[in-house]
Design a protein around this ligand. Structure first.
Ligand SMILES: [Zn+2]
Length: 118
C-alpha cells in the first residue's frame, strides 16, 4: 500500500488520478499547478440516501470552489425539476455544470469589479 494513504490526500487520490487531477466542472488542472492540486476535493454526484452515493464511480474530482459553488444543489433539486435516478456519472456532472457555472460567473464579475488590478 502506497504511503499516500496515510496522508491528508489519501481519501481522494485514486479519484483524482482517474479524473487526471482535473476539476470535472471547470477544468482546473491539479497536474499543472500545485496551488490547484491543493484545492482538489471529492464531489458526491448523488444525494444522501442513494445507495450508490459512496460508490467511487459516483464521486468526481472538483476544485473546492466548484464543490461548494451551489451547495444547496441537492436541496433545490426537486423544485428545479432535477432527477438523479438512472443517470450515469457523466450525465450527473453535465446536469450540475450550469448551476456551478452560474455561481462562477457571478464571482468572476465580482472579481473583475473589486479585485482585478485596474
Ligand atoms: Zn472547479
Amino acid at each position: 500500500m502506497a504511503s499516500y494513504t496515510d496522508s491528508l490526500r489519501g481519501y481522494g487520490h485514486p479519484i483524482y488520478q482517474r479524473d487526471n487531477f482535473k476539476c470535472q466542472y471547470c477544468g482546473a488542472d491539479g497536474k499543472a499547478s500545485f496551488e490547484v492540486w491543493l484545492t482538489l476535493s471529492v464531489d458526491h454526484l448523488l444525494p444522501v440516501g442513494y445507495p450508490d452515493r459512496e460508490n467511487d464511480e459516483f464521486k468526481v474530482t472538483a476544485c473546492m470552489f466548484c464543490n461548494v459553488a451551489d451547495n444547496q444543489y441537492f436541496r433545490h433539486a426537486e423544485k428545479r425539476g432535477l432527477s438523479f435516478d438512472g443517470l450515469t456519472p457523466e450525465q450527473l456532472v453535465e446536469q450540475r455544470k450550469p448551476y456551478v457555472q452560474d455561481v462562477r460567473d457571478k464571482y468572476e464579475k465580482f472579481w473583475e469589479e473589486n479585485v482585478k488590478p485596474a
